[in-house]
Design a protein around this ligand. Structure first.
Ligand code: PMP
Length: 365
C-alpha cells in the first residue's frame, strides 16, 4: 500500500489515523458485532457516537449554548435554497456579498425565493479580492447578509469574522458558507446567525452537511419548505427527523477527536498559516509560477497558482502525479493549478510540493 499527498479540493484528504481507526472498527464497532453502517440511528450505540460528535464539534469551535448544531444532507448547494426558505420570514429580500463562484451560485439560487440585493461584488477585479466592508451597500430591511468565507475555486478567504456592528447593522444575521474553511482557525461564532457547509473538506466524507444556527432564527420556515429542510423540525428532532448520514457522522466524530488531539483549532490555525505562507512565499519569489489574489484575502486552504507558460500545464500534472502529488489541476474556470491544503494535509505534503515545483521550474525554466 502506498498513500500519496492528495491536494483534492473535496472530497479531500482525511487524517490517516482516522482512516486506520475506521478500518479497525469496520466489522465490529466496540463489541456490538455490527458496523456503524449497520446500526439503527436510534440505537444507544449510534446515539453515543452522535452525542460525542456534536459535543466535540461544539467544543472545538466554541459554539455558544444558544446555537443549535444540525447534521443534514443535500450539501452546501441545497443550503443555498434552504437558507432563504428558513430565514426570510416576513421580509422580502436578502443581501449577498459576491467574492467568487460559490457566492455567485448562492445568490442565483436565492433569487428563486427572495429579492436579492448584491451588497458588494468583486467581479470587476476578476474575483481576486474582497470588497472593503465600508463599501458594502445593504438594502433597507434584508432578512440576512450572506458571505462565502472561503471561495474554494478562486482561493479568496475572509481572514476575519465580519462584525456587522461596524457597519451599523448589529442585529442583522450574518450567514456564511464555510464549506472549505470550517475548523481551520479559531473563530467567533457569535458574529454569525448561521453557518453551513458540506463536510467533505475539513470534516469528513461527502453526504453530511453541517448547519450551526442561532436559536432565535428557528421557526420561520416558509410554508412550502420541505419538512426535512425545516431547521426548527430538524433541531427539535436532534437531526433525526429523517435518517441522518450515520457513517459520515461517525467519521466526522473521529476527525473531531483527531483535531482535539492535535491541539484544536488554535493549533490548526497556526499550522494552516505556516503551510500556506510557505507555498505563497515560494510562488511569489519564483518567476515561473504566480498567484494573482490580493495578499490580504489569500486563502489558507486553497492555493491556486498559474504556470507563467501554460503550455507546461499537462507536463506539470503528469510529473507531479508520478511523484505522488495528486489532484493539483485547477478548476476549469480559473485554469492552472490548485493545491488544497486543508487541516489533514501535513506540512510535509506542502514541502514535497514545493520541492517538486522547484525541480520542475529548474528543468523547464
Ligand atoms: N460552497 C463551497 C464554498 C464549496 O467549496 C462547495 C463544494 N466545492 C460548495 C459550496 C458545494 O458543496 P456541495 O457539493 O456539498 O453541495
Amino acid at each position: 500500500m502506498s498513500r500519496v499527498f492528495n491536494f483534492s479540493a473535496g472530497p479531500a484528504a482525511l487524517p490517516e489515523s482516522v482512516l486506520r481507526r475506521a478500518a479497525e472498527e469496520m466489522l465490529d464497532w466496540h463489541g456490538t458485532g455490527v458496523s456503524v453502517m449497520e446500526m439503527s440511528h436510534r440505537s444507544a450505540a449510534f446515539q453515543s457516537i452522535y452525542q460525542q460528535a456534536e459535543a466535540d464539534f461544539r467544543e472545538l469551535l466554541g459554539v455558544p449554548a444558544n446555537y443549535r448544531i444540525l447534521f443534514m444532507q443535500g450539501g452546501a448547494i441545497a443550503e443555498n435554497a434552504i437558507v432563504p426558505m428558513n430565514l426570510l420570514g416576513d421580509k422580502r429580500g436578502a443581501d449577498y456579498v459576491v467574492t467568487g463562484s460559490w457566492s455567485t451560485k448562492s445568490q442565483q439560487e436565492a433569487r428563486k425565493f427572495a429579492e436579492v440585493n448584491i451588497a458588494a461584488t468583486a467581479e470587476a477585479s476578476g474575483f481576486t479580492t474582497i470588497p472593503a466592508m465600508e463599501r458594502w451597500r445593504l438594502s433597507d430591511d434584508p432578512a440576512y447578509l450572506f458571505i462565502c468565507s472561503n471561495e474554494t475555486i478562486g482561493g479568496v478567504e475572509f481572514a476575519f469574522d465580519p462584525d456587522l456592528g461596524d457597519i451599523g447593522r448589529p442585529d442583522l444575521p450574518l450567514v456564511a458558507d464555510m464549506s472549505s474553511n470550517i475548523l481551520s482557525r479559531p473563530m467567533d461564532v457569535s458574529r454569525y446567525g448561521l453557518i453551513f457547509g458540506g463536510a467533505q473538506k475539513n470534516i469528513g466524507p461527502a453526504g453530511l452537511t453541517f448547519v450551526i444556527v442561532r436559536e432565535d432564527l428557528l421557526g420561520k420556515a416558509h410554508k412550502d419548505c420541505p419538512s426535512a429542510f425545516d431547521y426548527a423540525l430538524v433541531a427539535e428532532a436532534e437531526s433525526m427527523y429523517n435518517t441522518p448520514p450515520t457513517y459520515a457522522i461517525y467519521i466526522a466524530g473521529l476527525v473531531f477527536q483527531w483535531l482535539r488531539a492535535q491541539g484544536g483549532v488554535e493549533a490548526m490555525g497556526q499550522r494552516n498559516a505556516a503551510k500556506s505562507a510557505l507555498l505563497y512565499n515560494y510562488v511569489d519569489t519564483s518567476d515561473f509560477y504566480e498567484n494573482r489574489i490580493d495578499r490580504a484575502c489569500r486563502s489558507r486552504m486553497n492555493v491556486p497558482f498559474l504556470l507563467k507558460d501554460d503550455r507546461l500545464n499537462a507536463a506539470f500534472l503528469e510529473e507531479s502525479a508520478a511523484a505522488g502529488l495528486v489532484q493539483l489541476k485547477g478548476h476549469k474556470s480559473v485554469g492552472g493549478m490548485r493545491a488544497s491544503i486543508y487541516n489533514a494535509m501535513p506540512i510535509e505534503g506542502v514541502e514535497a510540493l514545493i520541492g517538486f515545483m522547484q525541480d520542475f521550474a529548474k528543468r523547464k525554466g
